[in-house]
Design a protein around this ligand. Structure first.
Ligand code: SF4
Length: 397
């Protein structure tokens, strides 16, 4: 350890009576130090991150059993790492019909899923007349109008709760989608606008301008909508950029208290993407980033996807995560289709081996359920019947 190693003691202590003391989290300077800490310092960082996780959610690691609904893979952006998106006419380009949505949701319901994760490209109709035609045939003016209707359909016809990830949303669309889904999501990805420069990851991806994404996340905060966001690791950002992205999320959460989950997601190279030759972030880089996120936000749910972290994914627990994210027993990970999810039995075995219990949650985290119960009756009714007394996923048999 360096002699000038910053203390980890300020990263969220417990009061003597056992209640959580206010959790200021560490400073930017400390975070920048720890995110570049050496391999000798890593064990100390991980110990502190695990300790903070255990104080926040003692003994419990959650996951959400979900179906993945790629409502459309047409997208107006061209992110350098994306294997999901298609142009109209490309092999695999597809917009799901309402019948397909219900078929997948119904099959997931039978397997105990409670989350319908709608992932889709950002406003494809703005540049593709083919998408405007598809929407016209379906009877909708925009992709977001269609998404709203499909969320309502899933809510009416199944026991699943929608969680939409449609890209940037205006204040009006946050309000509308929050009537038919308990939580919403948008990855911040990075706070560095330089990634929109020619040849960088977000070249040709105008919706990835950080200020626009922060505006959406802030608007959700003003409306009190439980929100999932996070950062990407390894898309050309620096370690300090990652700290700044996490700080921007922390700042919004301090103002509005609506960030239900922060995802730390690592870049994986795939032969089909423009960034196929980029190096993937290493194991230690991921662990340091996750641990620093925990130190910055001791009392926020922290997730890292197990299917993107190789065979020894359980070590992500050592860095302070308390959630494995959405796991599907049915649908592939359409964003990373070559990376299948671990079997739930295996996930449970490895979680238990760390002395932790695995529990199924709803797409909205337990501590946010109460505020959603005040929303329109259909959503509140569905949520009440999906939640157990602890506000995790109730009877899924
Ligand atoms: S990552 Fe999202 S916004 Fe970027 S190209 Fe893929 S679908 Fe579009």
């Amino acid at each position: 350890m360096h002699s000038d190693t910053p203390s980890l003691a300020g990263s969220g202590e417990r009061a003597a009576d056992g209640r959580s003391a206010p959790s200021p989290g560490i400073s930017r300077e400390e975070a920048c130090f720890w995110i570049r800490s050496t391999s000798q310092e890593l064990p100390r960082l991980l110990d502190r991150a695990s300790e903070l996780r255990n104080q926040f959610k003692p003994g419990v690691i959650t996951y959400s059993r979900k179906v993945f609904l790629p409502l459309t893979n047409l997208c107006r952006d061209y992110c350098g790492y994306c294997r999901f998106r298609r142009d109209p006419g490309e092999p695999g380009a597809h917009t799901m019909t309402p019948e397909e949505v219900l078929e997948v949701a119904g099959a997931g319901e039978a397997l105990g899923c409670r989350e319908a994760l709608f992932s889709l490209g950002d406003k494809p109709e703005l540049i593709f007349p083919e998408m405007r035609e598809t929407l016209g045939r379906l009877g909708y003016r925009s992709t977001l109008h269609y998404l709203e209707a499909m969320c309502e359909l899933v809510l009416r016809k199944t026991r699943l709760l929608p969680h939409p990830n449609p890209g940037l949303m205006s204040a009006e669309w946050i309000r509308r989608l929050a009537q038919v889904s308990p939580s919403l999501g948008l990855m911040l990805e990075t706070s560095n606008p330089a990634l929109l420069a020619p040849g960088a990851a977000h070249d040709r991806a105008p919706d990835k301008l950080p200020s626009k994404r922060l505006r959406t996340i802030e608007e959700a905060g003003k409306q009190g909508v439980p929100f999932t966001t996070g950062v990407l690791v390894g898309i050309g950002e620096s370690a300090e950029d990652r700290v700044d992205g996490l700080l921007a999320i922390r700042d919004l959460n301090r103002r509005y208290g609506h960030i239900q989950e922060v995802i730390i997601q690592n870049f994986r190279a795939k032969k089909e993407i423009p960034m196929r030759d980029w190096p993937e972030p290493g194991r230690a880089e991921m662990l340091r980033t996750i641990a620093v996120a925990r130190l910055l936000m001791p009392d926020v749910n922290l997730q890292a996807p197990p299917n993107l972290s190789g065979p020894d994914y359980e070590e992500l627990l050592d860095a302070g995560i308390n959630d494995w994210g959405g796991i599907s027993p049915l649908t592939p990970d359409f964003i990373n289709p070559e990376r299948s999810w671990p079997h739930l039995e295996e996930l449970e075995r490895r979680t238990n081996a760390k002395g932790l219990e695995l529990r199924q949650r709803l797409p909205v985290y337990p501590e946010f359920v109460e505020r959603v119960a005040l929303r329109p009756s259909l959503l509140a009714e569905r949520l009440a019947s999906a939640a157990d007394p602890d506000r995790y996923a109730g009877n899924t048999a």
